[in-house]
Design a protein around this ligand. Structure first.
Ligand code: C2E
Ligand code: MG
Ligand code: MG
Length: 758
């Protein structure tokens, strides 16, 4: 409201309304009448003009957006407008005339107008109000509106104050501030790297995550050091060109994975970038912005998954899928790169190692076998593990068959060398089947199948050997499959028989006992040797029932013999997997009425390979019950003297390979001598296996060997053949050793009473 006082705005500043009028009156006091009239007219005109101006001012002041108030040097309010009253919500009763500024302040204090202001503002309001205030300040009113208060000091000591409602602007600023804070927080705390760079590759901003990813301590350090992202960052500089191409064509890249250098350390890492181009209004690229993620772990796991899809995890060698692919591509390239061989390998008796030494040892052996194979081949050849104990090798660029056979022989030799696993030595052999492309197969399946057929043939041929595929072998494979089928039913069809080979005391020439040896009478095929079908029975899991049958049969038959000969029964390592082995054995001999003291159980070192307490317990239990335990084929297997300290044997049976070489080979005869001496020292009786000549017999006798077994003395035969002999030897002089003519000669040379079939 512009009151009378407002008029003074157009005049020289005055202290108060009354004073101004006085001054006007005083100014007109000393003039004559005409001039009075003239002056009167002039004044009238001026008043009129003034009123017009006042009107304009009134309208203007009351229509501006700001509240306006003017005070004089004595702090009397000389002018204010409607907006001033509205903005400050000053009630009419406060707006007295005259109106002192202090009245307004007091009113405002009384209604808590300054409740929300800072202590700073409050203190200068208290101490002097308008004249102590800064030229511009903002304060929030109790109703939430924010006023910008501007004070302009006037020369006469008064002041003009304007009030603007800046609530909206403040809200916008606050929102902006909040947003800025939020974005800053995101930028600072994001775990992904965030950047802005120039289009030509200069880094402009980098958040802490990106700074850290690049090995720097601060953003400043990074910005100073990164000048050309394209040249300095990507391991493959062409990658930057691809990045720029995509940016140009699509305006952004998404999950753009590249290998880059960690800027500071130059260590190679993988990153995934998602970036976009920020353009000016006219569409020109201004900057690139984007996020960067460390993708190293992802790339490594992707590489690992890809590796896993094509590799065997145990040995790290390529797997069957990879082998198949490589054979396929070798077949495609056959014109340019020539013939190639597929070798299919299988470890002999690996299962035994797994069963006796445990799976961890089996795994170690497979890893060692893989390494050995890699050493046998050229870098361009491929060694794969197909699963279990099966491996395959692709030998590229094979000029002639001999080359492939040489490699196969080399691999067999290498794989057959004993493996050291912890404190054990494990012995496995290997068999290899070879198929050479393109002759032995025009596609992957045919090649693998034919190499597999050749492998079967190698196994059937006595293992530790290799065979080259031949079309006729398919029949052989079918034969082996047929053996498996027939073997499964052999026990039920009563196709097994047991033969007995006498074990003869070298001191007395008497038959101490018999070794029971199983034979399979295969209908229409004749007799099959145990060395052929026992490993198959072990492989197909029927050895336990066959072993039990042999025990019962052998005990029953030997129990019928006169005298008290022992019966020696061979036990497969697989039979020790059964917890009830002691019970099975004892019930078998009990059923036959054979005392345990007449039972010898022959085991090979394989049984003891695994330091298995339950096996040792079973053997000790059997010994306690009176059975004797013989170490069969001594010297042929792992031959760790360690076993001898672990278990007390009753007999050592020297492997027949030493006896065969005994006459001519000094090393073999040294072994035989050592075993006999060792037996003597340990109180273990020693039996020589496979004695075939008089000379061997004489030599063994001279060395003090306790007993012998062999074709020269007696071949394995049915028990009936021995019943008569045993009866004869009880009261008659020595009969012929065996039915062959040389038996007579042997008898004369041996010159002792001995077992003889009737
Ligand atoms: P082994 O326990 O070492 O048995 C001795 C093998 O040597 C027998 O072969 C026997 O016929 C043979 N032999 C005996 N004297 C001579 C000789 O003067 N010269 C030659 N060259 N050989 C001789 P066989 O019966 O073929 O048995 C082979 C292997 O089969 C046995 O070796 C044994 O390990 C295993 N075997 C035999 N019967 C059984 C059985 O019932 N159960 C188990 N688990 N294995 C058995
Ligand atoms: Mg034996
Ligand atoms: Mg033997």
């Amino acid at each position: 409201m512009i009151r009378d006082a407002k008029r003074h705005m157009l005049q020289a500043p005055a202290r108060a309304a009354g004073e101004t009028e006085d001054r006007c009156d005083a100014a007109s006091g000393g003039q004559d009448a005409s001039s009075d009239e003239h002056d009167g007219n002039r004044i009238g005109a001026l008043s009129h003009e003034l009123a017009a101006v006042k009107g304009v001012l009134d309208v203007t002041l009351n229509n501006v957006e700001q509240g306006i108030m003017m005070i004089d040097a004595d702090h009397y309010v000389r002018l204010y407008n409607k907006k001033f009253v509205d903005l400050l919500e000053i009630p009419k009763k406060v707006l007295t005339d005259p109106l002192h500024f202090q009245q307004i302040i007091e009113f405002q204090w009384s209604i808590g107008e300054f409740g929300g202001v800072s202590e700073d503002i409050a203190s200068w309001i208290r101490s002097g109000g308008i004249f102590k205030s800064p030229p511009v300040y903002e304060r929030r009113r109790p109703n939430g509106t924010v006023l910008e208060v501007r004070t302009t000091m006037l020369e006469d000591g008064g002041a003009v104050r304007t009030f603007s409602d800046v609530t909206d602007r403040c809200k916008k600023e606050e929102a902006l501030k909040r947003a800025e804070l939020e974005y800053r927080s995101l930028f600072e705390n994001a775990v992904v790297g965030i950047y802005r760079s120039t289009v030509d590759g200069r880094q402009l901003r980098a958040n802490p995550a990106l700074v850290q990813l690049n090995g720097y301590a601060s953003e400043d350090e990074m910005l100073v050091n990164v000048n050309d992202i394209g040249r300095e960052w990507y391991v493959d500089p062409k990658r930057r060109d691809q990045f720029l191409d995509e940016m140009r064509s699509k305006g952004r890249v998404t999950d753009f994975v590249s290998e880059v250098y960690r800027h500071k350390t130059r260590e190679k890492i993988w990153v995934s970038e998602t970036a976009w181009c920020v353009r000016s209004e006219d569409g020109k690229p201004v900057v690139f912005e984007g996020t960067v993620l460390d993708a190293s772990a992802r790339m490594h796991s992707e590489a690992k998954i890809a590796f896993m899809a094509h590799h065997d995890m145990l040995t790290g060698l390529p797997n069957r899928a990879y082998l198949t692919q490589r054979i396929e591509s070798a077949l495609c390239d056959i014109r340019s790169s020539g013939r190639f061989a597929v070798h299919y390998l299988d470890l002999d008796r690996f299962k035994e190692i797994n069963d006796t030494l445990g799976h961890a040892a089996g795994d170690t052996l497979l890893r060692l076998a893989g390494r050995r194979l890699k050493k046998c081949v050229r870098a361009s050849d491929i060694v794969a593990r197909l699963g279990g104990d099966e491996f395959a090798v692709i030998q590229l660029d094979v000029h002639d068959d001999a080359e492939a056979e040489e490699l196969a022989a080399r691999m067999v030799r290498s794989l057959s060398t004993p493996y050291r696993i912890g404190s054990h030595y494990a012995n496995v052999g290997a068999s290899v089947g070879i198929a050479i492309a393109p002759g032995d197969g025009h596609d992957v399946q045919a090649l693998i199948k034919n190499a597999d057929i050749a492998l079967y043939e190698a196994k059937a041929g006595g293992r530790r050997t290799h065979r080259r595929f031949h079309a006729s072998m398919e029949a052989g494979l079918q034969e082996r499959r047929q053996i498996e089928v027939d073997l499964r039913g052999a026990l039920a069809r009563r196709e097994f028989i047991v033969e007995f080979q006498p074990v003869i005391s070298l001191a007395s020439g008497e038959t101490e006992g018999f070794e029971a040896l199983i034979r399979w009478q295969r209908p229409e095929r004749g007799q099959v040797a145990p060395s052929v079908f026992i490993p198959i029975a072990e492989e197909i899991g029927i050895i336990e029932s066959i072993g039990e049958w042999v025990l019962r049969e052998a005990a029953r038959q030997v129990a019928c013999l006169p005298g008290t000969p022992f019966v020696a029964v061979n036990l497969s390592p697989f039979q020790f997997r059964s917890r009830g082995i002691v019970k099975t054995i004892m019930s078998a001999i009990a059923a036959a009425g054979l005392p345990p003291s007449r039972l010898v159980l022959e085991i090979t070192e394989n049984v003891l390979l695994r330091d298995d307490k339950s096996t040792r317990d079973a053997l000790n239990h059997l010994r306690q019950l009176g059975a004797k335990i013989a170490l069969d084929d001594f010297g042929a297997g792992h031959s760790s003297l360690h076993y001898l300290s672990k278990f007390k044997f009753d007999k050592f049976k020297i492997d027949r390979s030493f006896i065969a070489a005994f006459e001519n080979d000094r090393a073999a005869s040294a072994v035989v001598r050592a075993v006999i001496h060792m037996g003597r020292d340990l109180g273990v009786s020693v039996v020589a296996e496979g004695v075939e000549t008089q000379k061997q017999l004489d030599g063994l006798k001279a060395l003090g060997c306790h007993a012998a077994q062999g074709f020269f003395l007696a071949e394995p035969r049915a028990i009936d053949d021995w019943i008569a002999t045993m009866e004869t030897t009880n009261d008659e002089p020595a009969a012929p050793l065996n039915s062959r003519s040389e038996g007579e000669a042997n008898r004369r040379r041996f010159g002792e009473r001995r077992a003889t079939p009737s």
